[in-house]
Design a protein around this ligand. Structure first.
Ligand SMILES: Nc1ncnc2c1ncn2[C@@H]1O[C@H](COP(=O)(O)OP(=O)(O)OP(=O)(O)O)[C@@H](O)[C@H]1O
Ligand SMILES: [Mg+2]
Length: 251
């Protein structure tokens, strides 16, 4: 469904992603684990069109999202030309992003935030989507008129997820949904992620520092270290890998 081929991303002189390749198949939960600063968010942000490629290609459902080609000028110097779809068209194509740190609109109500998630839909009948979100997150229903900035951290995470679900995404990119949440709430959020995948068949690419949880719900996983994918495989296999156990599972 999603194919990332050999992508390179720079922030100024920092080479943040080095020849990263990964694949997400329809119906899967794929977890991307790695330490602080490894490049996890950079991968999701690049898929969402927020970082420019310098080399590589990303495709979604057989359509090329971005492609970067090298070009040599008459002096032999290399430069990159990158083509790609605009970030706003990704929502239309069915890609949803639940960003790191939630990024809800603080001065808008819960309802308005949810409506923002649906802006790119062609139909205007959101009642079923509202019901679906409120069924998963009853707390949001109780707070429908409350400004999002006054919600607790956990409630804001629910809202960020609900907002993405309003667009009925085919692929959901989730960046550290467990960050800063109490263990009980983390479990609840992860149960809901599993349910989103199993009930509606939504494909999920999940970024997490909590490797134990991330691998426990995933079908497959990738380990990223300083901008490079160093390991990949079925989630169970990764969870049993001695290197992963030592570096990411605290054993
Ligand atoms: N806008 C930016 N400008 C400069 N450097 C950046 C920028 N965004 C990220 N970086 C750098 O790129 C590297 C990868 O960052 P990224 O946010 O992708 O890491 P991460 O794996 O998501 O980390 P964390 O788990 O802390 O969220 C880091 O060294 C970071 O400092
Ligand atoms: Mg991050």
């Amino acid at each position: 469904m999603l194919t990332v081929e050999n992508i390179n991303v720079y922030y100024g002189a920092i080479h943040a992603l080095r020849n990263v390749s990964l694949q997400v198949n329809q119906g899967e939960i794929v977890s991307l684990i790695g330490a602080n600063g490894a490049g996890k968010s950079s991968i999701l942000r690049t898929i969402s069109g927020l970082n420019k490629l310098k080399g590589g290609k990303i495709s979604f459902l057989d359509k090329v999202l971005y492609e970067s080609k090298t070009k040599k000028n008459i002096f032999g110097n290399e430069s990159f030309t990158t083509t790609g779809v605009a970030p706003h068209s990704l929502a239309k194509m069915g890609i949803g992003h639940v960003p790191e740190g939630r990024r809800v609109f603080p001065h808008m109500s819960v309802k308005e935030n949810l409506l923002m998630g649906a802006y790119s839909r062609k139909d205007r009948d959101f009642s079923e989507s509202f019901e679906n979100v409120f069924e998963k997150f009853p707390r949001l229903k109780e707070r429908i008129k409350q400004p999002a900035g006054t919600l607790s951290g956990g409630e804001q995470q629910m809202l960020a997820m609900g907002r993405a679900l309003m667009n009925q995404p085919k692929l959901l990119l989730m960046d550290e949904p467990s960050m800063g949440l109490a263990p009980m709430l983390v479990e609840e959020i992860f149960d809901i992620i599993k349910e989103i995948n199993s009930k509606t068949g939504t494909t999920i690419l999940l970024v997490e520092q909590n490797a134990h949880l991330a691998l426990s719900i995933a079908h497959r996983g990738y380990v990223i270290e300083t901008g490079e994918i160093i390991l990949e495989g079925p989630a169970q296999e990764l969870a049993n890998n001695p290197e992963v156990r030592k570096a990411y599972l605290g054993e």
